[in-house]
Design a protein around this ligand. Structure first.
Ligand code: GDP
Ligand code: MN
Length: 389
């Protein structure tokens, strides 16, 4: 799960990391008023969206008067932000942050994320901050420092000091930078984050450390113990089908292919995607309805797949255990009646109550003309691939 920058700044601040004061605003008038309230010569207006690359896209603007703040806010609130991270459709902007502008002497990158290959968290730091860290890693990998975190203790003080010195910090600032990295590690662990990033961390011209951008992602599987974080989600930033799937408790990931998959169980979903590829097509999604899906959840799953314009055919692959085949068959027929099957739908059902399920499906075939049943998974994959070819 992602959150906005203003929320990430709050988490940093709660963990003792210096963050400039800021105001969250939703209208151009509020942006102008915030400028006046800070009483400084320069502020920064920043679109709050679940994507980076805002600076280059024109959605982080330095302004020198209330009128400039108003104009920047008007522009941001009336355009979707398109950046290297969003795709052509961009993301909507409805919340802005206004903060006193800082005079930057130098920008650094500091972040903690999961090193999946190493099976642990890693601190990533660079004296080439402000720009995308992936870019730095590509052209000058030697400028990116990586330090593994202890799985229980997080970053250790000697590691933080070593990184601070390698980044070029000296004297008092080295101690402050080390402390900041230790605090970032504490925040990362305390919130079950999968990413905690400050880019840029800056030294101001008057020699102070400040985190002027902040980004957290969280492990969805740990959200049950962070009700405060789970409540921060902004549905307007997610794709509508993703939001519906989450609300229905479905494990859904949209992909680029043409065959929609409805499967029970993550392993079976992986196998289903593999067999679609084996027969020469690509899956349009990964959708695991899980073992204990309700009738309403299953209907919603079909609605979500059928609402995706990329889907040219659907493969239903259910191995009934706790989830009964007849419940899935009824949900399929209900969804079919409700939204209509405009594309071929091939069904393979085995296991608990599969006989009853076959009766339900054959009774519905007169009405749902594109519905086909398959003898086994290979047959199902061949049929659906042939149907979309
Ligand atoms: P991002 O592009 O989405 O990562 O947004 P950032 O918050 O990181 O801002 C992008 C860039 O704008 C930063 O790297 C800074 O160079 C610049 N910037 C942001 N805030 C300030 C500020 O208060 N003062 C100055 N001088 N530059 C800023
Ligand atoms: Mn940034």
């Amino acid at each position: 799960m992602k959150i906005h920058e203003y929320q990430s700044r709050q988490i940093l601040s709660n963990h003792g990391i210096p963050v400039p004061q800021a105001e969250v605003v939703r209208t151009p008038d509020e942006a102008a008023a915030a400028f006046g309230k800070f009483g400084v010569g320069m502020c920064v207006v920043k679109a709050q969206v679940y994507a980076g690359g805002r600076g280059k896209a024109g959605f982080v603007k330095l302004v020198k008067s209330a009128e400039e703040a108003r104009a920047a806010a008007t522009f941001m609130l009336s355009n979707r932000m398109v950046s290297v991270q969003t795709g052509a459709e961009g993301v909507p902007v409805s919340v802005l942050l206004v903060a006193p502008g800082v005079d930057i002497a130098r920008e650094y990158y500091v972040g903690i994320t999961l090193d999946r290959a190493g099976g642990r968290a890693v601190l990533i730091a660079s004296a080439e901050g402000g720009v995308e860290i992936e870019e730095v890693a590509r052209h000058s990998p030697e400028k990116v420092l990586k330090t593994p975190l202890h799985p229980l203790l997080g970053l250790l003080p000697f590691q933080a000091r070593e990184v601070a010195y390698k980044l070029g910090f000296t004297d008092k600032l080295a101690g402050e930078a080390a402390k900041l990295m230790l605090n970032l590690s504490k925040a990362f662990i305390a919130t079950d984050a999968s990413l905690a990033e400050i880019n840029p961390l800056v030294i101001t011209t008057d020699g102070k450390l400040q985190a002027i951008d902040a980004k957290f992602n969280f492990d969805d599987n740990a959200l049950f113990r962070h009700a405060d974080i789970a409540a921060m989600i902004d549905d307007s930033q997610e794709k509508p089908l993703d939001v519906r799937a989450r609300k229905a408790g479905l494990n859904y990931i949209a992909l680029d292919g043409t065959i929609g998959c409805l499967v029970n169980g993550a392993g079976l979903a992986m196998a289903t995607m593999d067999i679609i590829k084996l027969h020469g097509a690509e899956p349009a999604n990964f959708l695991d309805v899980g073992g204990s899906v309700s009738a309403e959840g299953a209907v919603e799953a079909f609605r979500i797949i059928l609402a995706d314009p990329k889907v040219k055919g659907v493969l239903v692959n259910v191995f009934g255990g706790i989830a009964r085949c007849d419940l899935i068959a009824e949900a399929l027929v209900k969804a079919g009646r409700e939204v209509g099957f405009k594309v071929p739908v091939v069904v393979r059902l085995e296991g608990t109550n599969s006989k009853e399920a076959r009766v339900i499906l054959s009774a519905a075939q007169a009405e749902l003309k594109t519905l086909q049943t398959a003898a086994d998974l290979t047959d199902a994959a061949k049929k659906v691939v042939a149907a979309v070819a």
